[in-house]
Design a protein around this ligand. Structure first.
Ligand code: ATP
Ligand code: MG
Length: 672
C-alpha cells in the first residue's frame, strides 16, 4: 500500500481536522498499521496500559487457533488478568481522571419536551444502585439478565450494572415481538428480565410490559420459565404522562415476580464494589440482526472487547475531549453496544442518547438535535440517510449544522448517491464520511477510513483497522492478490472478535471457520480495487449468477439508485431458462415519482450503461417499501422468494413490517 494517487476522485481529509488528529495523515496510518501486525503483543499492550487491571495478565495479549483442521477454534486475550468493564468506563474517569462533572449523556426523549443530562458521577451512582438492586434480586456473576428496554437512560444503567457485578446482559431490541423476546430469553436462560411499562416511538405507543408478560408466559409453556424476577421501569407513566402512580394500575402485574424500578432504586445504596472478572469472562450475548437466517447468539468477553471498542472509537471518530458525539443506532444492536455505550464511555466521551425516530414530530428532527446539542461527530445508517434524502435539502436548511466535523455510516453498503448527499448536504462538503464495515461478530470496526488520514472513495470502506488482516479468497479458498473480488475473510483475530456462539461452539465453528480453514469468514463479498481500497459488494448468499457471470447486489443497486426517480433499490436473482438466473429489481421511488413503462426502460438502460449488457434487469417491480430487518437492513432472502413466487418464507421474526411482504407478493405480476 502506498499513499493513494488514484485516477478515481478522492476526497481528501480537511487540513483543520488533520492539524490535531490522532492519526493525522495516511503515512502515519500505514506506519501504525504495520506495527500493529508486526508486533501485536507490543501494540495491544500499549492500549491495555490505559486501563485499570486489578491483576496484570500472565499470558500474551492474544492467543488463538483459527485453523479448524488443527483443533477447536479459540481466541483469548490477556489471560490471567483481572478487571471490570464498568470500573474502566466509569470509576476510572470519576476517580482518577476528575471527569465526574463531565456530561456522559444528553438524553433526548421521543418528544422534544423530554430531555435529561447525566454526568459521569451521576451515571456511576445510578449504575451502582441498579447493581445493588440486581444483586438483591439474586443475580450473581455469570447469570444472564435479559433487557427489553427502549432508548432511555435506564437501559445504560442496567447494562453497566450487569457488567459491574459480572452478570451477562442479553439485550433484546424493544421493537421485537413477544415470540422473539421469548426465544432469546429461553436461549440465554436469563433469571431476570428488565423492561418498562411502555414507550412512545413517534406517535405509536408500545406496551412493553404487556409484550414482556406474553413472552414470559410463552417461555413457561413447556418448562418453568427461567425468569423469576422482572424489574419494570416506570417510563411511560412518569416521563410521558407526567407521573402519578394511578397510571401504574393499568400495567399488568404479578405481585410475586414484578417490581417497579423507582421503588427498588429508592433505598438502594450508591456504593457497589465491582466484581473483579477474568479477562475472558463473558460480558454479553447479543443476537445478530437476522438478515440472512436465524439470528446467532454472539458472545463477547471482557478485556478484548474493552480494548477494541475503546481504540476504534478513539481513532475512527478521532475523539477529542470537547466532542459531542451522536450515534443514532439503538443500543439493542451491536452498534449501540460498542458505539453508544462501551466505546464512548471508555473514552470519557459526551454522547447524545435519542429515544425517538428521525421524522417525529417533524422531518427535521435529526437536524434539530444536532443543532440543539452542537453535535460534532454523527454516526447513522444508510437506510436513515436514504429515507431523509427523500425530503430534499430544505429540512436541513432550517438548522445550524456547522458544528459537525465527522460523519459515519454503518449497517449496509452505502450507495455512492447516498454517500454524496451525506457528504455534501449534511456535512456541507466539510466532513469526512467514515464508512465503517463490521459485524455483531467483529465487536468493532474492521474495515474503515480514519477521518484525518484516509482519502475517501464514496462507497468504499477503504482499509483495515489496526491489528486486522483482511484477505480475499476465491471459491476454492485461494488467496487473490491485487485487484480482485471474492470472499472477505480475516487471517487472524483482533481483541474484540466474538468468542463463540452462546452454547453452540459447533455453530460458531461451522458458520465462520469451516469453509476456509485458517480464516474467519465474514459471509460478505468484497472487491479490492487497483489502489488497494476494499469495497463490500453484499452478502455472499445474495450473489447473482447471470449466464455464468457472478455479480454483486451492491453494484446493481447503486446503478439503479443513481436514477433521479429512485430512492432505494434491492436486487435479487430468479431462475431463467436460458441465462440460468436473471435479475429481478425492486425499486422504491421518491414521493412524487410515478412508476410506468418509460421509467422501467430508463432504469434498464441505466444499469446496462453503467455495468454492461449482462446486468440488464429482466424484471423491475415497484416497491412502495422494502422488507427490512428491525435494524433497518434490506432482507434480500425474502425478496428472492417473492421474485420466485415461493410462499414458504421461513423465519420472519426479524422482519420489521410483515405487511410489506404481502404488498410485494400481490404486485409481483406487475413487474415489467
Ligand atoms: P445475520 O448475521 O443474522 O444475517 P446481519 O449480518 O445483518 O444478520 P449484523 O451483525 O447486524 O447482522 O450486520 C453485519 C452485516 O452488515 C455485515 O456482515 C455486512 O453485510 C453489513 N454491513 C455492516 N456495515 C457495513 C458497511 N459499512 N458496508 C457494507 N456492509 C455493511
Ligand atoms: Mg451476519
Amino acid at each position: 500500500m502506498v499513499v493513494p494517487e488514484s485516477k478515481d476522485k478522492l476526497f481528501h481529509p480537511p487540513d483543520d481536522l488533520q492539524r490535531d488528529a490522532h492519526v493525522p495523515d495516511f503515512n502515519s496510518y500505514l506506519e501504525i498499521y504495520r506495527k500493529s501486525l508486526e508486533d501485536p503483543e507490543a501494540f495491544w499492550k500499549e492500549v491495555a496500559d490505559e486501563f485499570y487491571w486489578k491483576k496484570p495478565a500472565t499470558g500474551p495479549m492474544l492467543q488463538y487457533n483459527f485453523d479448524i483442521t488443527k483443533g477447536n477454534i479459540y481466541i483469548k486475550c490477556m489471560e490471567g488478568a483481572k478487571t471490570n468493564m464498568c470500573y474502566n468506563v466509569l470509576d476510572r474517569h470519576v476517580k482518577d481522571r476528575n471527569l465526574g462533572e463531565k456530561v456522559a449523556f444528553h438524553w433526548e426523549g421521543n418528544s422534544p419536551e423530554h430531555h435529561l443530562t447525566i454526568t459521569y458521577q451521576q451515571l456511576l451512582s445510578r449504575v451502582c444502585r441498579c447493581a445493588n438492586v440486581l444483586k438483591k434480586m439474586g443475580v450473581k456473576k455469570g447469570d444472564r439478565v435479559s433487557i427489553y428496554l427502549p432508548m432511555i437512560p435506564e437501559l445504560i444503567y442496567t447494562m453497566l450494572a450487569c457488567a459491574r457485578i459480572g452478570a451477562v446482559h442479553s439485550i433484546v431490541f424493544a421493537g421485537f415481538s413477544s415470540e422473539s423476546l421469548c426465544e432469546r430469553i429461553m436461549d440465554a436462560q436469563s433469571s431476570v428480565l428488565v423492561t418498562a411499562d411502555g414507550v412512545y416511538r413517534g406517535e405509536k405507543l408500545i406496551n412493553l410490559k404487556q409484550i414482556s408478560d406474553d413472552a414470559l408466559e410463552k417461555c413457561g409453556e413447556k418448562a418453568p420459565c427461567s425468569v423469576t424476577k422482572c424489574l419494570v421501569v416506570n417510563h411511560h407513566a412518569v416521563r410521558t404522562k407526567g407521573g402519578t402512580s394511578c397510571n401504574k394500575l393499568q400495567t399488568p402485574w404479578d405481585m410475586k415476580r414484578d417490581m417497579w424500578w423507582d421503588e427498588a432504586m429508592a433505598d438502594s445504596p450508591e456504593e457497589c464494589e465491582p466484581e473483579w472478572l477474568d479477562a475472558e469472562d463473558p460480558l454479553f450475548i447479543l443476537y445478530t440482526s437476522g438478515s440472512t437466517g436465524k439470528p446467532k447468539g454472539v458472545l463477547h468477553t471482557t478485556a478484548g472487547y474493552l480494548l477494541y471498542t475503546s481504540l476504534t472509537f478513539k481513532y475512527v471518530f478521532d475523539h477529542h475531549h470537547d466532542d459531542v458525539y451522536w450515534c443514532t443506532a439503538d443500543v439493542g444492536w451491536i452498534t449501540g453496544h460498542s458505539y453508544i455505550t462501551y466505546g464512548p464511555l471508555a473514552n470519557g466521551a459526551t454522547s447524545v442518547l435519542f429515544e425517538g425516530v428521525p421524522v417525529y414530530p417533524h422531518i427535521g428532527r435529526f437536524w434539530e438535535i444536532i443543532e440543539k446539542y452542537r453535535v460534532t461527530k454523527f454516526y447513522t445508517a444508510p437506510t436513515a440517510i436514504r429515507m431523509l434524502m427523500k425530503y430534499g435539502q430544505e429540512p436541513l436548511q432550517k438548522f445550524d449544522l456547522s458544528t459537525l466535523r465527522i460523519l459515519g455510516t454503518v449497517g449496509e453498503p452505502i450507495n455512492p448517491e447516498a454517500w454524496q448527499w451525506y457528504h455534501e448536504v449534511v456535512g456541507q462538503g466539510r466532513c469526512p464520511v467514515v464508512d465503517t464495515f463490521w459485524q455483531t461478530e467483529t465487536g468493532g470496526h474492521v474495515l474503515t477510513p480514519l477521518p484525518a488520514a484516509t482519502p475517501l472513495k464514496p462507497g468504499s470502506a477503504t482499509f483495515p483497522f489496526f491489528g486486522v488482516e483482511p484477505t480475499i479468497l476465491n471459491e476454492h479458498g485461494e488467496e487473490l492478490e491485487g485487484e480482485a473480488e471474492g470472499y472477505l475473510v480475516f487471517r487472524r483475530p483482533w481483541p474484540g472478535i466474538m468468542r463463540t456462539v452462546y452454547k453452540s461452539q459447533e455453530r460458531f465453528e461451522s458458520t465462520y471457520f469451516r469453509k476456509f480453514p485458517g480464516f474467519y469468514v465474514t459471509g460478505d463479498g468484497c472487491r479490492r480495487d487497483k489502489d488497494g481500497y476494499y469495497w463490500i459488494t453484499g452478502r455472499i448468499d445474495d450473489m447473482l449468477n447471470v449466464s455464468g457471470h457472478l455479480m454483486s447486489t451492491a453494484e446493481v443497486e447503486a446503478a439503479l439508485a443513481q436514477h433521479p426517480a429512485v430512492s432505494e433499490a434491492a436486487v435479487v436473482s430468479r431462475p431463467h431458462k436460458v441465462k440460468g438466473e436473471c435479475l429481478h429489481c425492486f425499486v422504491t421511488l421518491k414521493d412524487t415519482k410515478e412508476f410506468n413503462q418509460k421509467l422501467v426502460e430508463e432504469l434498464k438502460k441505466q444499469v446496462r450503461d453503467r455495468i454492461g449488457p449482462i446486468a440488464t434487469p429482466d424484471f423491475i417491480q415497484n416497491a412502495p417499501a422494502l422488507p427490512k430487518t428491525r435494524s433497518g437492513k434490506i432482507m434480500r432472502r425474502v425478496l428472492r422468494q417473492i421474485a420466485r413466487n415461493e410462499t414458504d418464507l421461513g423465519d420472519l421474526s426479524t422482519l420489521a413490517d410483515p405487511k410489506v411482504v404481502e404488498v410485494l407478493f400481490s404486485q409481483r405480476s406487475e413487474a415489467a
